[in-house]
Design a protein around this ligand. Sequence first.
Ligand code: CTP
Length: 446
Amino acid sequence: MRINIPPQVEFVIQKLTAMGYEAYLVGGCVRDSVLGLNPNDWDITTSALPDEIKSALSDCKLIEAGVKHGTITALIDQVPVEVTTYRVDGKYSDNRHPDDVRFTRSLKEDLARRDFTINALAYNHSDGIIDCFGGAEDILNKQIRCVGEPTLRFQEDGLRILRALRFSSVLSFIIEKNTSASILKSGGLLDNIARERINCEFTKLLCGKKAENVLRDYRSVIEQFLPEISPMAGFEQHNPYHIYDVWEHTLKSVGTIEATPVLRLTMLLHDIGKPYCYTQDGKGIGHFYGHGEKSTEMTKKILSRLKYDGVTIETVTELVKLHDLPLSPEEKLIRHRLNQLGQNKLRLLLKVKAADAKAQNPIYGGRLGELHEIEAVVDDIIARSLCFSLKDLQVDGADIISLGIPQGPQIGRILSTLLDAVIDGKCKNQFNDLMSYAQAMKDSKL
Ligand code: CTP
């Protein structure tokens, strides 16, 4: 096959080969090209030592921040191209760089130190694909397999355990038997991995097509950094709305919702507090009163511990808190909810509720129909530009002050009351009507 290499990257390969060195594309860009996907970045591996790379590319702007690991970044037409000397690694402490390295002139040695066969392919136009470990066949067979002895690969860098699960989830690949057995045995290695690195791989895993299956098959691995999921597994709900235990319901809801980090995290965590809130009534029906608050509290702690950013923590925590908020397709109620949550969050909440409903007993599928009706009501409110927030009101704070009401918190309260009156159909959203309504409020005590 012929890979379509960006001209800036091909320029660097040509420069190095013209000086007599070997130079190949390697890693994720070859894997993704073989799969017909667009690579995220293009890495070059070369037999040239760092000083030799520098002299071969002496007429280019070079960044030498990674030079002690053999990596030099050339800026070609502002495009960064990473070139790394063939190397044999020591232990990895971050995602990209081992703590100590030994340079080598052997491409095979460089490929041998890589995590999975599908990531150990090299390519250039003259030699085509170089495949020393059966990576091309593994791509055909849709399988993740370690290069060499899996346990050693994982000991070198525990994050590779999560990378295997990520590739399996994102690419819909199975994990080969020995590699899988080693993953299930070596989960404890994740304890030494920085939370930021775990966050990055876990988020990709969660947004993959097969997240539901990977979470199910490798729960014990995920529990290494997310032990709070453990009590959900096998926790029966004893409730007619549910045909699955809490964990299976959670997995189904993750699998059914759109693949964004916020929505997938919300489904993963929305019922995490349930095992702590279980009661049974006289008829033997199970209830989980207060699980929304418990799940909210746990979600916030978990996401902070796993180093998610503030916006993700805030949005997911709020969606978890709201996931059981009563909604019905009534225009007034939905306008109040639009005011309370804003359009974006309300639409996210509808997706969360739909995923939650799809993972419940299908005989209550009517809930899904109602959610579609609610969505139609939201669309209609937006299309007709109906008033649902203070900024839509035809009066503002200055107008209320002009009635002789002193500045202060009461202005906000009056505006909120006016908005409620407009939404509830008690007052038209027109200047004169609103001013008379406000005047009447003033006269009657405020
Ligand atoms: N690699 C490895 N062990 C790691 C990380 C990376 O062996 N813990 C090797 C793999 O050969 C990988 C290459 O370094 O393909 C580049 O790593 P990186 O850019 O982090 O990931 P990619 O495999 O390129 O995947 P993606 O671009 O999807 O992140």
